[in-house]
Structure formats: structure tokens, C-alpha cells
Design a binder for this molecule. Structure first.
Ligand code: 26V
Length: 853
């Protein structure tokens, strides 16, 4: 065999990339050895072998002896050791997948909110016990090393975390797949509070070393920007177009292992980092203006510098469009040039790849593939469109109109002139089809055009994605329905069969097994092993809900998880959680539609009733409300809401009248790592968005799977959670989506809610009085007057229903046996929300491919 391709490193550099800074850096194509195409084996799977490996890594990688090593040295050496155990599987996965020539899933996502890697890698390689024992022999506590890791926060929230869950499930289900994205040098900001206000700090997640990544600068690909297009006649006299770009950057791949759970597959996540090309280096020598040349270099490298916060509207966000094209162009180039065998006939591309567009961020991949096929490979338009159409599917993750990307044509044309031409042509062809199908309906054609004319000419990326994709899906049943009916109604009439639903899921490896080891042990003790990769088996727990002994054990797990959280918050934030409280948790991005303000009104209302003597503190169910939320740095209302929560917390927590029966904890910098301790401790999960606004939610699933009951609206995946767990075990409140629409149509007046409800009035008046702001009556005008005058998300309309339903929560909680029974049933009935099931649905309904097994 002479095949020397290395599976996790692109085999042959293209002509363009074979030299970097003047050096030939491609893999040695002449290497031959009997072992050239096989990995050289794994370290031995026992404690002694592990210790040897670990010490070897400490010595050779960190350059220290055990006695001289820092915790960071030890953590990095441990990570290397674990990687070595996974390495043979990773290499084999690449070889096996290449040889099989099967279809790969290319997940294109601008965000991956991975969370810490160490425990997941230990779990997937079945090394956790061995590592713990081995480290103990070295006098090291694994727990001390675990906390050294700074999580890669390369996403904003649900969309990025979903991508991380999906790649975990794809690996665990033995599906060949590559995740493509951006290696941001700075991920989501680190949140701190100063006088109760959010202050953002840069997330320097790479500062102490990044042991999980494998950079491959020798396999960098070029990405071009700017310039103009030219027509020319090719050798056969055929009129062709060429793009003459004016600048370029290098995209350097960083590979990450994505290990399946105990199944031998290790897939790849390939994140791209931007680097200046030789052109920039030359400028340094030639321009004489060294500072200017370095600035130019910085300009190129800025592309992957920082994750964009989700408040940024696309208008004027040139760097964000650069990021999108950067990672998508590099990924297509990588797949076509390096993952496919040389000489592969691109007419057959759909047999080998299906690209999933995670929201509209990667949609520029559509004209990019058209450009590659037509301009570089000589396809005619129809041939290219036929291939492109079959290569893409699109997932929409929102219903908010302002979250749908529209790129100004001025910007697109300046940055990617050839792509804009192609988009215009796709649009022309599409509109001819519309006019043919609906003759005479010019209004319809205008409505469906990918080009919007107001407030400026722009490309509606969701429309482009919908036209190009084979399948378009929403992320929960209600969301998919609203997507068809409200966001893309004209498209769903034209192509009803294109639209489908895949309800989101979460990986049970991270969000049950790793985050809740005690519950996992209890489950395995009760129903045996196997549920972790077949989560519907949790159903077998159902009969045990009626077993008092099991209930006792289940309740003991929850109590232990609360203690674990108490310890963490004391050490991490200096927060003291009281014992024996109902733990009421609302963690998610801060957004008006999610209605943290409604939760706050509930708290202030309880507080107001006690301090005004309407009720006594003894009437309160002891309750601690935990908030976790980041506000986008430019989102004023969200930041003001955080400030208000912190001010209310200071006052409520110090109030002697409450006799310690109502507390608020707001640890800063909510992230995946905190979620893993917080969620298993929760009693009550707050999922209170205005109906019709939350596309799915995935936190809601994590809470239910960890034995919290939900108080929630009929929104997103709450609908499906409630249907599965049963009405009795879910606290539903508030308007449903049709009622919201009807109220909106009739005209909603929040002021009348305020006037009509004395308790609501007293609550808002207390805030307005300056009670929480040291007498400053105007500090929170923005929040309060917005609620009183506008209240786009109808918090006041749902206030009374929410308060009443909280009373029902307290009633149930007072009966601990009944409460625990409900929580067990929540766990037993929510196995559906495994991301393994989501992946199965994508495989069947969208990708039409199957695991390799
Ligand atoms: C973006 C923007 C940008 C402009 C200002 C308002 C706004 C609001 C939200 C977003 C995020 C849109 C994409 C997103 O993260 N969607 C989330 O995707 C999750 C995974 O499907 C889903 O569970 C959440 O319900 C959905 O909000």
C-alpha cells in the first residue's frame, strides 16, 4: 500500500498552499514504512501504564519533574496523556472513514460552546478511574486539575451549545462528520459585576496553553476578499467569469478530537484561525513603513480575533461577514481538496457531503460552492445548481425578525463581488420560478425576493438559505410550525415538503453522566447500564416513582447536589446558599423575550407583601432564586435589567423582615462549567419566555433530565416537555401563542394591567420609589417605563398567571413525597431529549444517511 494520507491532517497541499513563508511544508509524500498507514498503538489501559505515561508527558512536554511541577503543568500533562489514549482511535477513524468513501456530515457553525474537555475525554476513553488512581499515586487530586481548565467559550448561548451536543452525538452514533468553525482567540466575554453592573473582561482562554488542539499551519488554505470580476473567453471560446480578489488571508486549521462514548470513533472538529499571508510579510519588507505593515498584518489576524456578541445587527458589521466567509471558504476548500480523494468528480459531491447550515451565519457557503463549481471547475449554471442544492440543509434557530441576517449589497459587493453576482443570479432564477408558478402576483415575487430594498438594499440570508437548501428545519415542533406559518409562509406554500422539524436535544454524557454522577449511579443501580446511549430507557424508572425507598434515594441525590453547589458558590463567588430552600433557577442569556423581568417582578412582589405587612414572612416558602445571565455588551435594556436584579438582590438578601426565607443569588459569568453544577441542584426550572418567542430552549431539557420541575409557558420545546411528562408534573402558565397574537392584533396596553392589578402596581411602584436604588427614583426608569409603556414581550399581561402558578409550585413543594414523585417522572419521561435522538432525526429526515457501525 502506498497510501500515505494522514487522516486528521489534509494530505496534499494545493499548489497555492505548498509553501508558507518560503518553506515547503506539506506532509512528506514519500514516507514509506510498514506502519505508515496504521497508528502505532495505544498506551496500556492500566494504572501503572497511566502513571508512566503521565510522568513521561510531564517530563517531555512540560519539561519538569513531578516535584517541580505546577498545577498547570500537571493539568497539561494529564491532557496530553488522555489525548494519547484517544489518538489511535482518532487516526483509525480517519483511515476507516476515508476508505469507506461514505457520506460525511459537515456541520457548519460559527459557534461551538464546548465546555471543559478533560472530563469528557476521560469518560469517552474509559480512563476516569484509572486516571484518578494513577494521579493519587503521584499525590495529585484529579479534582484540582479539572478546575485548571478554562472552558473554550466559542459561542453565545443555545445555538453554540447545541452544536457541541450534536457533534458529541454524531461521534457516539458512529456517524462520519466534521465540525467546521472559527477558533476565536477571545471567546464569549468574562462577566464581572461592579456595583451591580455588568462589566465585560476579555476571555483569555488560550493564555495558559491549549492542550486539546492540534494546529496544522502547513495545511493552511488561502481565503480571498475584495477586488472585482472579469469576463473572459476560455480556450473553447466559452464566456467565463473570473474573480480577481484584492487581498487574502491564510486560514490555519486547528483540529480537536470529538470522541464518541466508548465506541472507538473519534471525529474531528476543525476550527480556523486567520493569519496574514506572504503578501503581508512582503509589505513589511517593501513598504518601509514597518508600523503600517504590522497594522496590515493585524488587520488580517483580526478576522478570528473575537466572537461577536449576538446583539450586533449585521448592518455595518463588516468584520462579522469576513468571519463568516473566512470559515466557510476555508471549510469548503478543505473538504474538496483534502477530504476527497484526488480527481474526485464533483458532480457526485452530494454522495459524499451534506453541509448543515447552523442558522444563517454560514449561508455564504451557497454562492461559494457555486463559484467553485462554475469558475474553478467549469460547470455550467444548471449543473452547479443541481449539485449545490443537494449539498445544503438549513436550520433556523429564531423567530425574532431582528435576529434574521440581512447583508447590505454595498458591503457584500465590496467584500465578495463574485458572490453577490451569483446571489443575484440565483435570485433571478428563483423569481422566474415564482412568476411561473403564480402568474401575475408581482407582490408575491417582491415579498419572496432574496433582495430587500428597505431600509437599504440587502440580501436576506434566510431566504437564500431556504431556496438553496434541500431541507429547512426549525428546532422544536411549535417553532417549526411558526417558521412555516409566520416567518417563511410563502416559501412553505411553494415547497411544503422542504420544511420539517427536528426537536433539539442535549448530550446525556455531559449533562447527566458528567454533571450528575450521583443520579447516574442511582439510575444504573436501578435499571442497569446502557441508558447513556439509549436515553429512552429512562422510562424504566417510571415504576420507581411510587417506591418510597427509591424516592428517598432520589431526594438524597438532589440534596447532595445542592451541597455541591453550595460549596462551589462559596468558593467561586463568596455566595452563601441557605440550607433547605426551594432552589428556583433561571439561567440563560439575558433577553427581554426570555423575561427575566417577570421573574424579578415575582420576587419583588413577595418582598413587597412582607415589608408592607400584607403577609408575614412565615407565609413564604423558603426559596432561593438563582440567576445566571450574560447581557450582550451593546444591549442597554438587558444590562439595566442585570443591574436591577443585583440591586434587588442586595436589598432582599439583607432584609431582616424576610427572616432568611427569600434569597437571591446571581453568580457572575454563567457558563457551561457553572451550568454543570447548577442544573443538577435545581428544584424549579424557569422557562418563562413569551409564547412564540423561544425557538426551542435546551436548558429546559437539561433541568427536566436532572430532576427539576418546570414552570413555563407554552413555548419552544416546553410544549413537548409538558406533553411527555404530563400536565400534572409541569407548571404551565400564561398566554399561548394564539392568545399572544390575538392580544397583539387587538392592541396591548401594559398600563391597563398595572392599573387593574393592585399587587402589580405596588410592585412596580416600589421599584419606582427608589427603594432598591438608594432613593434614586430614576435609576431604573428605562426598565420600568419600558414595561409600563411598551412591554413588547407582555410580561405584565402574564404577571398574575405567573404569580398564581408559583403558588401552586409552593403547594406541591410542601408535599415533598409528591414533589419527588413528579421529579422522578420528569427524568423518566424526558429521554426523548437526548441529542442522539435529534441526530437520528436529522439522519432520517434530512441527511438521508446512516451510521457506519
Ligand atoms: C440573536 C439576536 C441577534 C439580534 C438581536 C436579538 C437576537 C436574539 C437572539 C439571537 C440568537 C439567535 C440564534 C440562537 O441562538 N437561537 C437559539 O438556538 C437554540 C438552539 O436551537 C434554541 O434552543 C434557542 O431557543 C434559540 O434562541
Amino acid at each position: 500500500m502506498s497510501d500515505t494520507a494522514q487522516p486528521n491532517r489534509p494530505a496534499a497541499p494545493t499548489a497555492e498552499t505548498s509553501t508558507v513563508n518560503g518553506r515547503r511544508l506539506g506532509p512528506a509524500s514519500t514516507a514509506t514504512h510498514p506502519l505508515a498507514t496504521a497508528p502505532v498503538g495505544s498506551p496500556s489501559h492500566n494504572v501503572d501504564g497511566f502513571v508512566r505515561e503521565f510522568l513521561h508527558e510531564l517530563n517531555t512536554n512540560q519539561g519538569v519533574t513531578l516535584s517541580a511541577s505546577s498545577l498547570n503543568d500537571q493539568y497539561l500533562a494529564l491532557a496530553s496523556t488522555v489525548k494519547n489514549y484517544l489518538m489511535a482511535r482518532w487516526l483509525e477513524t480517519g483511515l476507516k472513514t476515508r476508505a469507506a468513501k461514505v457520506k460525511t456530515v459537515g456541520y457548519l457553525s460559527a459557534e461551538y460552546l464546548l465546555g471543559r474537555q478533560l472530563d469528557n475525554a476521560l469518560l469517552a476513553s474509559d480512563l476516569a478511574d484509572i486516571a484518578e488512581k494513577g494521579l493519587e499515586l503521584c499525590g495529585i487530586d484529579l479534582a484540582d486539575l479539572r478546575v485548571q481548565e478554562v472552558e473554550p467559550g466559542l459561542g453565545n448561548g443555545g445555538l453554540g451549545r447545541l452544536a457541541a451536543c450534536f457533534i458529541d452525538s454524531l461521534a457516539t452514533m458512529d456517524v462520519p462528520s466534521i465540525g467546521y468553525g472559527i477558533r476565536y482567540e477571545y471567546g464569549i466575554f468574562r462577566q464581572t459585576f461592579v456595583d451591580g453592573r455588568q462589566v465585560e473582561q476579555p476571555d483569555t482562554w488560550l493564555a495558559l496553553g491549549a492542550p486539546w488542539e492540534f494546529p496544522h499551519p502547513e495545511s493552511a488554505v488561502q481565503v480571498h476578499f475584495g477586488g472585482h470580476t472579469e469576463r473572459y473567453a476560455d480556450d473553447g471560446g466559452q464566456e467565463r467569469t473570473r474573480w480577481v480578489p484584492s487581498w487574502n488571508v491564510l486560514a490555519v486549521p486547528y483540529n480537536y478530537m470529538v470522541p464518541g462514548y466508548l465506541n472507538g470513533r473519534v471525529n474531528t472538529l476543525r476550527l480556523w484561525s486567520a493569519q496574514a499571508t506572504k503578501a503581508f510579510d512582503l509589505q513589511i519588507f517593501n513598504s518601509g513603513d514597518y508600523a503600517q505593515a504590522v497594522r496590515a498584518q493585524t488587520f488580517a489576524e483580526n478576522i478570528s480575533k473575537v466572537l461577536y456578541p449576538e446583539d450586533s445587527t449585521p448592518q455595518g458589521k463588516e468584520l462579522r461577514l469576513q468571519q463568516q466567509y473566512f470559515f466557510v471558504a476555508a471549510s469548503l476548500r478543505d473538504f474538496i481538496d483534502h477530504e476527497l480523494e484526488p480527481g474526485f468528480d464533483l458532480h457526485r459531491l452530494p454522495e459524499r457531503i451534506t453541509f448543515q447550515l447552523n442558522d444563517t451565519h454560514p449561508v455564504i457557503a451557497v454562492p461559494e460552492l457555486m463559484r467553485i463549481l462554475i469558475d474553478e471547475h467549469g460547470f455550467d449554471w444548471d449543473e452547479a445548481w443541481e449539485v449545490t442544492r443537494q449539498c445544503f440543509d438549513y436550520t433556523c434557530h429564531t423567530l425574532l425578525p431582528e435576529a434574521l441576517e440581512v447583508w447590505p449589497t454595498e458591503l457584500l459587493g465590496r467584500l465578495l463581488p463574485r458572490h453577490l453576482e451569483i446571489i443575484f443570479q440565483i435570485n433571478d432564477q428563483f423569481l422566474s420560478l415564482v412568476r411561473q408558478t403564480y402568474p401575475g402576483d408581482e407582490m408575491l415575487a417582491r415579498r419572496m425576493s432574496m433582495i430587500s430594498e428597505h431600509p437599504e438594499r440587502g440580501v436576506r440570508m434566510a431566504f437564500l438559505a431556504t431556496v438553496a437548501a434541500s431541507r429547512v428545519n426549525g428546532v422544536a415542533e411549535l417553532h417549526s410550525q411558526l417558521l412555516r406559518d409566520k416567518v417563511l409562509p410563502d416559501f412553505s406554500s411553494l415547497w411544503p415538503e422542504k420544511f420539517t422539524n427536528v426537536t433539539n436535544g442535549v448530550t446525556p454524557r455531559r449533562f447527566v453522566r458528567l454533571s450528575n454522577p450521583l443520579l447516574s449511579e442511582l439510575i444504573t443501580d436501578t435499571i442497569g447500564a446502557g441508558w447513556l446511549t439509549d436515553l429512552e430507557r429512562l422510562k424504566e424508572l417510571e415504576p420507581y416513582a411510587d417506591d418510597p425507598q427509591f424516592r428517598e434515594r432520589f431526594a438524597a441525590v438532589k440534596a447532595a447536589n445542592k451541597h455541591r453547589l453550595t460549596d462551589l458558590l462559596r468558593a467561586r463567588d463568596g455566595i452563601d446558599l441557605p440550607d433547605g430552600h426551594l432552589l428556583d433557577v433561571m439561567v440563560k442569556r439575558l433577553h427581554e423575550y426570555k423575561r427575566q423581568s417577570l421573574k424579578l417582578l415575582h420576587i419583588v412582589s413577595l418582598y413587597e407583601q412582607v415589608i408592607s405587612g400584607k403577609i408575614s414572612a412565615a407565609d413564604l416558602t423558603p426559596r432561593t432564586v438563582v440567576f445566571g445571565a450574560k447581557a450582550a455588551p451593546g444591549y442597554r435594556m438587558a444590562k439595566d435589567t442585570i443591574h436591577l436584579i443585583n440591586k434587588v438582590a442586595a436589598k432582599v438578601n439583607a432584609a431582616p423582615e424576610l427572616e432568611e426565607r427569600l434569597k437571591i443569588a446571581f453568580p457572575a459569568n454563567y457558563n457551561v462549567t457553572l451550568a454543570e453544577t447548577l442544573i443538577p441542584a435545581a428544584d424549579l426550572s424557569e422557562q418563562i419566555s413569551l409564547a412564540g418567542m423561544e425557538a426551542s430552549g435546551t436548558g429546559n431539557m437539561k433541568f427536566a433530565l436532572n430532576g427539576a420541575l418546570t414552570i413555563g409557558t407554552d413555548d419552544g420545546a416546553n410544549v413537548e416537555i409538558r406533553r411527555l411528562v404530563g400536565d400534572k408534573h409541569f407548571f404551565l402558565f400564561g398566554m399561548d401563542e394564539p392568545a399572544v397574537s390575538a392580544l397583539g392584533a387587538k392592541g396591548y396596553n401594559p398600563g391597563s394591567c398595572y392599573e387593574a392589578n393592585p399587587q402589580l402596581k405596588a410592585t412596580l411602584d416600589l421599584i419606582l420609589s427608589g427603594h432598591f436604588s438608594d432613593g434614586d427614583r430614576h435609576l431604573f426608569d428605562s426598565v420600568v417605563y419600558n414595561l409600563l409603556n411598551q412591554d413588547r414581550f407582555m410580561a405584565l399581561a402574564d404577571f398574575q398567571a405567573y404569580v398564581d402558578t408559583q403558588a401552586k409550585v409552593e403547594e406541591r413543594y410542601a408535599d415533598q413525597e409528591a414533589w419527588t414523585r413528579s421529579t422522578i417522572l420528569n427524568v423518566a419521561r424526558t429521554g426523548y431529549f437526548s441529542s442522539d435522538r435529534s441526530m437520528r432525526d436529522y439522519l432520517q429526515r434530512i441527511w438521508h444517511t446512516s451510521p457506519m457501525l
